[in-house]
Design a binder for this molecule. Sequence first.
Ligand code: B12
Ligand code: SF4
Ligand code: SF4
Length: 350
Amino acid sequence: MKSLPMPSIELGIKEQAHALGFELVGIAPASDADGFAHLEDWLAQGFAGEMEYMARHAEARRNPQSVLPDVRSVVMVAINYKERPAAGSGQQTTNKGRVSCYAGGADYHDVLRAKLKGLLAWIQGENPGVRGRAVIDTAPLLERDFARRSGLGWFGKNTMLLNRWLGSYFFLGALLLDLELQADDPFSSSHCGTCTRCLDACPTDAFVGPFQLDARRCISYLTIELRGVILEELRAPMDDWVFGCDICQEVCPWNRKAPVGREPSFMPTQAGTQIDLVEILNLSDEDFRSRFRDTPLWRAGRVGLARNAAIALGNHGNEHAVPALRQALADVDPAVRDAAAWALERIRNR
Ligand code: B12
Ligand code: SF4
Ligand code: SF4
């Protein structure tokens, strides 16, 4: 009697990853990142702004060996967070600020870390002694680079990794292993064609050209990463975004037909993707801590969110916000005071 062929470890890893909720999984060899020269160029042009961790750990992004010595393979996973469109979504509501749809639910770092640890435990069950490390923005690794290389998709002109089925509303995660695995073919085609919708739609002109983003002008950087005062010319185009920005993905044709995400923890919580700006502007440190501690918005800090809320209120131009903005003129932080003064001036001039 013929015995059935043993299922390969690669197949087993993929089945487990799907069972854990990852829509995409691919395997890349643990060699130098193909796009490292692009990263060097990007840093040299100053496009990273104040994200000095990008420059500090730049060399480490050349090869995953710097994250896990003896690494042999990089298992790349992707999980969909696309929101179900709500009635009236996209509409601006008076005194509400928009939060990027990636941040309406749980913090993706926590969700992916737990799933990747589950995957590692399964692999170690099959191959005792294997060492691995899960990475979700938590170590220097060019994630989109390895995702393309493991066959997950192509670099869109908006710099997002795109997949024909999922579009770009997905998070990436990596599991570095000291186990030699059969790698998948890299994704070598591009499906952007002559389209330039993302480049044309960016309200702050953050794209220097296709595939090149000057983060210093990106609303995502301004609202989440930048500490201190936001350049005046960028405040009006920020509109009512208070945490992240989805515009260069919203306009992408590949996201139109992409399925809605299945992971329950990414579904918007009560705060959701529209938050009350006046409430945010006048939050105390303690209120901020208790409301946002375990959410993605924690990263912006009380000051960052209050500054962003003041700018969004100025852009709404609604006089109801004047008392809260006046109160913010006495905020302990100069960036909040500056944004509140700008917003009051903008409302007055309307
Ligand atoms: C720094 C960072 C940012 C910065 C800078 C973004 C940027 N485009 O570089 C800011 C704060 C602006 C940002 C914003 C966002 N980010 Co971010 N970010 C990162 C981080 C930590 C590093 C990215 C990086 O290395 N940038 C440096 C540049 C040089 O690299 P790159 O853009 O990936 O470019 C690669 C290729 O495009 C290629 N390349 C570069 N130039 C050229 C030129 C040509 C001609 C070609 C062909 C290729 C090419 O080589 C590069 C290296 O591989 C990654 C996580 C990680 N560790 O990788 C998440 C990550 C990229 N971000 C993510 C997300 C979700 C976002 C936002 C959508 C969040 C939001 N809604 O606000 C926005 C999207 C804005 C945008 N259009 O990119 C996801 C993207 C998932 C995906 N499907 O692509 C990641 C992977 C996090 C994750 N684990 O899921 N982010
Ligand atoms: S996230 Fe928004 S601001 Fe940043 S590049 Fe995309 S459209 Fe422009
Ligand atoms: S909007 Fe067009 S150019 Fe931009 S990423 Fe999508 S398909 Fe590519």
